[in-house]
Design a protein around this ligand. Structure first.
Ligand code: IPM
Ligand code: MG
Length: 355
């Protein structure tokens, strides 16, 4: 399996290093060969090449079987114009690979119930929500501009969706829901936004092809509230790019920490892109404090969706669970009576469970 590696900025390189330990263990156990090409993107690419997403990176990603990404961004590059920021590299690679379907599973390990900010009775005996975020359209990619001067200076971003874009993300979400509890919640703001009214119409039309899935709709403000009030009502959530960005961060806290949530971004023509949903956390970079679990779980998703290695994927997920069983925690999920470990040690422990 040919893997394009993009460590990126901040904690990116440290967490990617832990994912590599896990892949090495998988390679031995399952006798699969992984080859890696390390590529520049984000702030480090700006420093070395002047742009956040060099052409060469795009090309090498397209020629690989999967792309594994750390994180990008940092204060150092915050004052650059929008198209030259590290984040523009991330949006650029998502667009270039056409990975429109971003799967963000929010799964609560029972061992981490106490690490969640929600009461135990709200979490019940587990939580398993799949957030399907549309990733290459909507507010992130519509026209954006500044115009005018002085106090007349104005800026705008545009939220736009074409029917085909909504249809294809709807199918991904319905297909997932069909193989889970059969419940799909589409989240929009159809009481205010025209793009949401089209979203709702199209999702409802696609629903006719999936009689086995129960579809409901919810406004995004209500969904944000319901996720905290009663998260167990959700199975699969499908929503536009920006709403999905916000709701998936919220959902991650249900699982104990932002450091726990992996993601897979899939399209039809190019390799999938795998990354934790968290950012580059410059404040803790280089201090052996970052939780590598989200990236390790993203690596499991990579083996599942791009490598057809379901057994190895489950093996990684079980390894994470066993390490938590043994009481090891990074700082973000630390509870009393547990053993606090750093990034490196957490990576070693998880890889060790696979051998
Ligand atoms: C995410 C991140 C990115 C996004 C940022 C870093 C551009 O928050 O993957 O959720 O907004 O998509
Ligand atoms: Mg986000």
């Amino acid at each position: 399996m040919k893997i394009a590696l993009i460590p990126g900025d901040g904690i990116g390189p440290e967490i990617i290093k832990q994912a590599l330990k896990v892949l090495e263990a998988v390679s031995h156990k399952y006798n699969v060969d992984f080859s890696f090409t390390e590529l520049l993107m984000g702030g480090v690419a700006i420093d070395q090449t002047g742009v956040p997403l060099p052409e060469e990176t795009v090309k090498a990603c397209k020629e690989s079987d999967a792309v594994l990404l750390g994180a990008v961004g940092g204060e150092k590059w915050d004052s650059l114009p929008g198209h030259l920021r590290p984040e523009a590299g991330l949006l650029g690679i998502r667009k270039a690979l056409g990975v429109f379907a971003n799967l963000r599973p929010a799964i609560l390990f029972p061992q981490l119930k106490e690490a969640s900010t929600l009461k135990e009775e709200v979490l019940g005996d587990g939580l398993n929500i799949m957030v399907v975020r549309e990733l290459t359209g909507g507010l992130y990619f519509g026209e954006k501009k500044r115009q005018g001067q002085g106090s007349d200076l104005k800026a705008w971003d545009t939220m736009e969706y074409s029917l085909w874009e909504i249809e294809r993300i709807a199918r991904v979400a319905f297909d997932l829901a069909k193989n889970r509890q059969g419940k799909l919640m589409s989240v929009d703001k159809a009481n205010v936004l025209e793009s949401s009214r089209l979203w709702r119409e199209v999702i409802s039309k696609v629903a006719l092809e999936y009689p086995e899935v129960a579809l409901s709709h919810m406004y995004v403000d209500n969904a944000a509230m319901q996720l905290i009030r009663n998260p167990r009502q959700f199975d699969v959530i499908v929503t536009e790019n920006m709403f999905g960005d916000i709701l998936s961060d919220e959902a991650s806290m249900l699982t104990g920490s932002l450091g726990m949530l992996p993601s897979a971004s899939l399209g039809t023509e190019n390799p999938g892109l795998y990354e934790a949903i968290h950012g580059s956390a410059p404040d803790i970079a280089g201090q052996d404090k970052a939780n590598p679990i989200a990236t390790i779980m993203s690596t499991a998703m990579m083996l599942r969706y791009s490598g057809d290695l379901e057994e190895a994927a489950q093996d990684i997920e079980n390894a994470v669970s066993r390490v938590l069983d043994k009481g090891y925690r990074t700082g973000d999920i630390m509870q009393s009576g547990m053993t606090e470990v750093g990034t490196e040690k957490m990576g070693d422990l998880i890889a060790g469970e696979i051998k």
